[in-house]
Design a protein around this ligand. Structure first.
Ligand code: EPZ
Length: 423
């Protein structure tokens, strides 16, 4: 398994291009299953997860043309030849579960493995399944598989989610676009990726309004055509580099980052003493020698502070003046990075869904291990400010969600090197 060697060496300075959003791209790829004509996505992030989704789509009969390293991916689901997503594929990446709704809508049936839990929590899919049932699907769960059928087609429904779920909102939307009649989703998630999915679906002929607000209206259409769509910039990648720039006391321009999607993080950074300038083409982050101040955060659905930036912000708070309280409200087990940050000299105590971070004057390099994607990158941020060398093990987590991380950080002055697992 590859490892990253990082030498803490001062401020990051330069420009970092922000890639297309992983968590949007994965759902846009699932949308290709609904389209009878080619769907061409530009700004596609080249990641282990998106490449993996491409392989799943191919196994379902989608013709995927996506040359290595390219940002343009062409998918044509002229016909769907399989409606089964087996355990091995869904276990490796939960977002593959999102093919269930499109298969059900396009073909009338699907058999998809239940995703099961993961490192950050149990993560059930009950809201997804209830939404499909409300649209008239028959669902049985047998031997770990969801078997769903709507042989006469899905029907529009009025669905009120009991709490906000990004995945259930997207999945219900993916199924409802081809349902007969209108679907109304209430208490829908408002994440920018929801609006991105709706915009993409509308480009190929869907009729969705209200995406990005808590109430979404979807008028079902008989079929979807094809089109070309540019994936939204990754607000989590941008936020991660913003925090890295702040932590190192640097000055970085995040090319393509969208300030309007990053309000909660920007507020927290400003409270911590970081200067944030939002421009048309990106965001400049700098901390000109000013000391970092402790700030409390509380993760919430958008527009609240994103859970996907909680680990990174915790890394920043480890070197702030004062004590910060970080509360995780979305996932039950998302503090696995805390003991690893403590190995680097941080002072973090976890009590249930709360972490108390007492700012330390400095961190020092050590061997650390990551448990999930965002936890891994929080260790990279801490390593950039630690004295000496840090070795981050299990780098494959990073490859799932950060495109060319070493190159992007390296160009801004970081001393970061990938070591072959056998070395
Ligand atoms: C998406 O996960 C993202 N993943 C996550 O990013 C992100 O952390 C999360 O949204 C919240 O923003 C992708 O987009 C691929 P949810 P998702 O449904 O859709 C519970 C990353 O690092 N729940 O909003 O799975 C659930 O367990 C990843 O990139 C149910 O109980 O998140 C959680 O506690 C990690 N039943 C809460 O709701 C359901 O049917 C919110 O989950 C669905 C969800």
């Amino acid at each position: 398994m590859d490892r990253l060697s990082i030498l803490g060496n001062g401020p990051l300075e330069g420009r970092i291009p922000i890639s297309g959003a992983k968590n949007s791209a994965l759902k846009l790829m699932a949308a290709a299953l609904l389209c009878e004509q080619p769907l061409v996505l530009t700004g596609m992030p080249n990641l282990a997860d998106t490449r993996f989704m491409a392989r799943l789509l191919q196994s379902l009969g989608v013709n995927v043309e996506w040359p290595t390293g390219e940002a343009l991916c062409r998918m044509h689901a002229e016909s769907v030849t399989s409606t089964i997503a087996p355990y091995d594929l869904v276990r490796k990446m939960r977002a593959t579960f999102n093919v269930l709704g499109p298969l059900l809508a396009r073909v009338g049936h699907a058999t998809v493995s239940l995703p099961g839990g993961c490192a950050i929590g149990a993560r059930p899919v009950d809201l997804h399944l209830k939404a499909f049932e409300a649209m008239g699907a028959d669902i049985v769960i047998e031997e770990g598989y969801v078997k769903a059928a709507a042989l006469r087609g899905l029907k529009g429904a009025h669905i009120v989610f009991p709490f906000v779920s990004v995945g259930a909102t997207e999945h219900a939307m993916l199924a409802a676009v081809l349902a007969q009649g209108e679907t109304i989703l209430e208490n829908a998630a408002c994440e920018p990726e929801i609006a991105d999915l709706a915009n993409c679906l509308n480009t190929v002929g869907a009729k969705i309004t209200g995406a990005g607000t808590p109430t979404i209206h979807i008028k079902g259409v008989a079929k979807l055509g094809g089109g070309r769509y540019d994936v939204i910039a990754d607000r989590i990648e941008a936020g991660t580099y913003a925090i890295a720039a702040a932590a190192t006391g640097g000055d970085v321009f995040l090319e393509g980052a969208r300030g309007e999607d990053m309000g909660a993080l920007i507020d927290s950074l400003q409270h911590a003493g970081v200067t944030v300038d939002i421009a048309d083409k990106g965001i400049r982050i700098r901390r000109d020698g000013k000391a970092l101040q402790a700030v409390d955060i509380d993760t919430r659905p958008h527009p609240g502070f994103p859970t996907d930036l909680q680990a990174q912000f915790m890394a920043l708070m480890t070197i702030a003046n004062g004590t910060s309280t970080i509360r995780e409200n979305i996932f039950e087990n998302r503090f696995m990075h805390a003991p690893e940050l403590n190995r680097l000299g941080a002072d973090i105590t976890v009590r249930g869904s709360e972490a108390i971070v007492r700012g330390a004057p400095k961190l020092h390099g050590a061997q650390v291990m990551a448990t999930d994607l965002r936890a891994s990158v929080s260790l990279v941020i801490a390593a950039l400010v630690a004295e000496g060398e840090t070795m981050v093990n299990r780098v494959y987590h990073l490859d799932r969600g950060f495109e060319r991380l070493e190159e992007k950080l390296g160009r801004c002055g970081a001393k970061i090197r990938r070591l072959d697992g056998s070395a």
